[in-house]
Every structure is written in structure tokens, then in C-alpha cells.
Design a protein around this ligand. Sequence first.
Ligand code: CP
Length: 339
Amino acid sequence: MTSVRHFLTTLDWSRDELQQLIDEAGRLRSDPIRDDLRGKSIALMFLNPSLRTRSSFEIGAYQLGAHAVVLEPGKAAWGIEFEPGVVMDGEAEEHICEVAGVLSRYCDAIALRAFPLFQDWSQDRQDRVIRALAEHASVPVINMETIVHPCQELAMMRTLQDHLGPPEGTRFGKKFVLTWTWHPKPLNTAVANSALMAATQFGLDTTLLIPDDAYRLDPQFMEAAQRYAEATGADFEVTSDIESAYAGAHFVYAKSWGALPMYGQPDEEAKLRAPFRHFRVDEAKMAMTQRARFSHCLPLRRNIKATDGVMDADYCVAIDEAENRLHVQKALMLKLMNP
Ligand code: CP
């Protein structure tokens, strides 16, 4: 029996494998309509809202000849229990064991969006929901955002290479800044975790700009970033100094996230965050860079995370990155559903 390859986190994929997907995405951009997945199907399970992920996966499957079925457990599909061994006397009508088994008979891949519950990080950091699906599925499982967002990573790296060119070597030879931004609510760390993984795995000199040590990312990602930096010979630093972070940057990536030491305590976290509204990307900060490109995964609150001036500037490539979600996910579906 051959083992099934999943796309749960890029930590399980080599840089060469990811680069192959990024290269294939470039080819699919110039030649978008293919028939390789004719007669195949993918289930897209959303436990949380989406604009880009849902539309890019549905349209991408269609452009490859496949069918995508969208399921919203707890809304237009039965609620699902993901924990093993529980007495199911709550809201969930069925268990992931049966859901994964049934969808594996119908489909050639299953994709899932399951945000963390924002109650207990020691639980959420294990990413148990998507891991339970992968354990019980007999077809590839794709992560559409849990505590990481690996499809966004691919799109970010496709976009970065479109604008900065391919890596000069193992060390990319460009400076990448991942800046925390203020937001009225504590958000998921997934995109920040993923941006840090992608930047360091691809050998970018990476600066993580945070206003306070409480905004450090989970050790599993900080340590992976350190390992990647050591392997590529690139720099990796964490700073709260805005000027030195932006100085000489070639790519600025913004994201807001909640402080992990105050996970599940939004009122306390809001007090910590209150003085840091100036961690917003504006024209003056971008002027400190080496004519950097700016991007964000979207959705983005204008004039909160980044100013109108930044979002409307020629150097803002957030829409390019959103487009690239389509191309990289098509490359991923081709790889996993048509091995
Ligand atoms: N960036 C992203 O995943 O967008 P959606 O939440 O709209 O899918």
C-alpha cells in the first residue's frame, strides 16, 4: 500500500519540492486551461469564512477539468466531531472517521479550513483537527488554513520571485521583513507562521518586527526559522525597532496576530496591544526600504494595517499574491490528485 502525500504544512516539504510547485504555477499562469484532472473531484470543507481560498480552489479545479464540492459543516452540512473517543452528546452529528472515509470514496482530495478555537494554545498548537482528517482519509488532504496557511506561503513566494527574481543561491540575497500590525482583534497566527517559514526556508534575510516579546510566534515556528536560516546561511533577527527593520528591505509583508501568552484572553490582550497602533505600514516606513514591494494575504482593513497610500502604490503586490493563490493551488492539485 502506497502512503498518501498530504499538504498540511510546508515543514513536511523540501524547498526543491516547493520550488517545483512555484515553477509549475508560473507555467499554469500562461497556460491556465488544462484537462489533466478531468473526472476528478475535490471536497472543500470550510469551518470558517473565506473569499479568496474558496473561489481560487473552485475556479482552479474547474480550469483543470475537475469538480469541487464545497461543504460547510455545521451550516449546510452536518457538524463534525474531530476528537477521538468522545461521547458525542453535543452538537456534532458525525465523526471525522466517517466523514473522511466517505469523502475519500467520492473524491481525489479533501481540503480543509479549520481555524484554531482561540481558547487554549497548548491544544490549538497541535493542529489536531486537520491531523485527524489526514489520519482517517485515504486521499491527499490539503490545508486551507489552520495554524499555518501553506497555500498562502506558496502564493507569497510565487509573488516575491515574480518581483525580485529567482534566488541568487541557497541564500536568496534579499531582505524580507515580516511586520506585525495593529488590529482591533487578536487574529490567527497562521499567516505569520507561514510567512516566516517561507521566507527562511527560501533563504531570505528575514526580520521579524514585533512591538513586544509577547508577539513572538510559537517556538515550533521560531525554531524552524532558525534552523532554515542556519541551513541557508541567511540572517534571521527579531526586533522591535521599526527603522532598522525597514532599512534596506526588499519585501515587506504585513500581518496582525494575537499575543500567544494572552491566548483566549482578548480583553487582556487588547490592553497589551493598545499602544502599538503605529505598527501600521505607511508611506514613510516604505520610504526607508530598498524600494521594497509590499504584500499582505488579504483581507486587510485599510488605514488600520496599511494606509490607502501603501495599498494603492505601484509597489503593493497584494492583488498579485491573491491571483497567485489560483496558480499555486492548481499546481498543488495537479501534484497531489494526478501523481
Ligand atoms: N488569504 C485568504 O486566505 O483569504 P480568504 O480568507 O478570503 O480565503
